[in-house]
Design a protein around this ligand. Structure first.
Ligand SMILES: Cc1ncc(COP(=O)(O)O)c(C=O)c1O
Length: 342
């Protein structure tokens, strides 16, 4: 039996309805490489959510979505401004730099968010050939620190970017958690807030695998099919990604799953706040709880419920809830924390 824990929303299994969706397309032959009715239908569904101009391309991983999405909108002499905690900066093994040739310009950001004021730091050397040229601002929604940008905060960044001849990429690996938290649809804080390219995630919220790069205009999408193939992300059996997305985008899956995960994180925060000696370090706005507790207790807790230390220096830990976290998990875990703290 697999142990339960709070390490990652990727550690949860596949939602049963997604499994059923996969099963439902698993008969007969259909044209490969996305030229099939399931892919057409999933594309139509994404367009119905994000608007007719949205151009989605399915692929396997979130890293690939970020890297190839960024590749499509940059040249190697460009730079990409991002938070120092961002996945593209910290957790993609340098793939964005290797693949795009761009320099990543990171910014200190304790809550995982950027703003026009913080971005300003990297806005120099424009038109100077000795300096990489800032071209993209990449933000993550919800952020790696579990916080959520409001649509107005995103609009401020996209306005700033567009005023400076730049574009905005959004890493939406946890886009559903953000939407559930904001109590909006996806459109309000993406295309309607001026985002140019979106990595639309599903895996962390109940899908087996599959992400989409969505371009909000034809300009960058027009030759992306070649970049995706060169990037080794053109799935031959595309129907299995497409059908997951189509089912996932029903509100009874994405919204229910994400709301539940967020709710579990809130419950964990509330339980932990009752225990003396633990400090919650970030506002709990999505499905992650960050905390600092006595370092020597961490391995004891990890034995029972695995989770990661987020920051070795400070001893900050991350507890991630997922669509299948139960109230019982929260009660058992918080009781254990209370026990070891006493
Ligand atoms: C914010 C964020 N973006 C992107 C990814 C990339 O996902 P993958 O592991 O599928 O490449 C992750 C995965 O942890 C993530 O947390």
């Amino acid at each position: 039996m697999n142990k339960r824990g709070f390490a990652s929303d990727n550690n949860a299994g596949v939602h049963p309805e997604i499994m059923k969706a996969i099963e439902s397309v698993n008969s007969g032959h259909t044209i490969a490489y996305g030229d099939d009715p399931y892919t057409a239908s999933a594309v139509k569904k994404i367009k119905s959510i994000l608007g007719e101009k949205a151009q989605p391309y399915f692929m396997f991983t979130g890293t690939a979505a970020n890297v190839l999405g960024l590749d499509a909108i940059t040249k190697p002499y460009h730079s990409i401004i991002c938070a120092e905690t961002s996945h593209i900066h910290e957790d993609e093994c340098g793939a964005p730099e290797r693949w795009t040739g761009c320099k990543l310009l990171s910014l200190e950001s304790p809550d995982g968010k950027l703003s026009p004021v913080s971005i300003e730091k990297h806005m120099y050397g424009i038109d100077f050939e000795h300096h990489s040229q800032p071209r993209v601002i990449s933000i993550t929604q919800s952020t790696e620190m579990g916080t959520v940008y409001t649509p107005d905060e995103i609009r401020a960044i996209t306005d700033y970017a567009h005023d400076h001849n730049m574009l905005v990429h959004m890493d939406g690996a946890r886009i559903s958690n953000a939407a559930a938290s904001l109590e909006t649809g996806f459109r309000e804080f993406t295309v309607a807030a001026g985002v140019d390219v979106l990595s639309f995630g599903g895996t962390k919220n109940g899908m087996m695998y599959g992400e989409a790069v969505v371009f909000m205009s034809e300009e960058f999408a027009c030759d992306f099919k070649y970049l995706r193939k060169q990037g080794m992300q053109l799935a031959s059996k595309m129907r299995y990604i497409a059908t997951q997305f189509e089912r996932f985008l029903d509100e009874d899956i994405w919204l229910k799953n994400a709301s539940h995960a967020n709710h579990m994180a809130k419950m964990l925060e509330e339980e932990v706040m009752k225990i003396d000696g633990i400090r919650i370090t970030q506002p709990v706005q999505s499905n992650a709880v960050f905390a600092i507790l006595p370092k020597e207790l961490i391995p004891i807790l990890q034995e029972a419920f695995f989770f990661y230390v987020w920051n070795e220096a400070t001893g900050e830990v991350r507890w991630m809830c997922s669509y299948d976290t139960t109230e019982e998990d929260i009660i058992n875990f918080s009781s254990l924390i209370r026990k070891v703290m006493n």
